[in-house]
Write a protein that binds this ligand. Sequence first.
Ligand code: KG4
Ligand code: ZN
Length: 365
Amino acid sequence: MVNWPDVTGRAVKYNVHTNRFSKPVLGVESSCDETGVAVVARNRAGPGHVLLAHALYSQVALHADYGGVVPELASRDHVRKLLPLVRQTLDQAGLDLRELGGVAYTAGPGLVGALLVGAGAARALAWALEVPAIGVHHMEGHLLAPLLEDDPPAPPFVALLVSGGHSMLVAVHGIGDYQVLGDTLDDAAGEAFDKTAKLMGLPYPGGPALAAEAEHGDREAFRFARPMTDRPGLDFSFSGLKTQVLLAWNRSDQSEQTRADIAAGFEQAIVETLAIKCRRALESTGMTRLVIAGGVGANRRLRAALAETGAAQGFRVYFPRLEFCTDNGAMIALAGAIRLAAGQQEGPVIRVRPRWSLEDLDPVR
Ligand code: KG4
Ligand code: ZN
């Protein structure tokens, strides 16, 4: 028996042999350049899930030389790392494979080869263990990640999903009941961070590198546009901002300080644009809770600005902890456990969906 912190914050004694918890669900994330594995169990006696263990292997070093993710290398590395990571996670949880009650994996959206590695391994495990499997939508995983924190948000809420591949505002009417209010017309927020960082010579991945530069820059020294905030609507467009930075950088003295100032001005433009759109989404839906998730949700300036706006405007803001903003197995295990508990499971065909709309998901009732 092991003591686990419950997701609601209390320390609980976790024992798979009691029926206080449902049988644990293994979650596998492999949609891009992180291999993530986690185990969660549902608390039958009260609300919430307990996170039993999680492990992450990041391929950042592998792709750094290329300045971005190389899909074939990503797939091969998932093949190498996934099963050792499953073993490590189960060891950490003190569980045997045979104690699992289900297996969840990211079925899309993402890189097709990378997705297939996770789906293949997860489905083989579920088949061998004779337990159900469920394919999880990666962005639903991000969106539900704050449910792993103390005092989790309850639907309805607005979710701002900002990652390397997506910038979206979603009205969450219930789990699985999603209405996309706004989407990206070109570069996603994380992609804009990555490309802007690259053009100023910062290393991959650009988001955290640019945010670190911005910390010692002057946010007022360069003023960039707040794209698409001067007209109604909730869509995003960040590619013009990148071009503005390129022009400013090429015309500048390209000193260390200038780079930090441009980084700070760029970060401020993104943060303000996102904050304006979040406010609009809350106003138009009449909702009072806002969830921020996805890799860019780890940006400290964004977290501080939205928390401030929320306090001033009377809405509550929820974030996952920093490590669960970027890709991880915990969010997939959680989303899968919720769907399996509702009786959903995959049919016999192993299918991944590199492109997949959140609005096509089945609601969980
Ligand atoms: O959610 P995620 O891990 O992967 C995708 O599903 O895409 O998001 C990765 C993205 C990258 O573009 C990365 O540069 C960005 O999130 N990111 C950040 C920060 N940390 C990660 N962007 C800005 N500030 C950060 N601190
Ligand atoms: Zn992601």
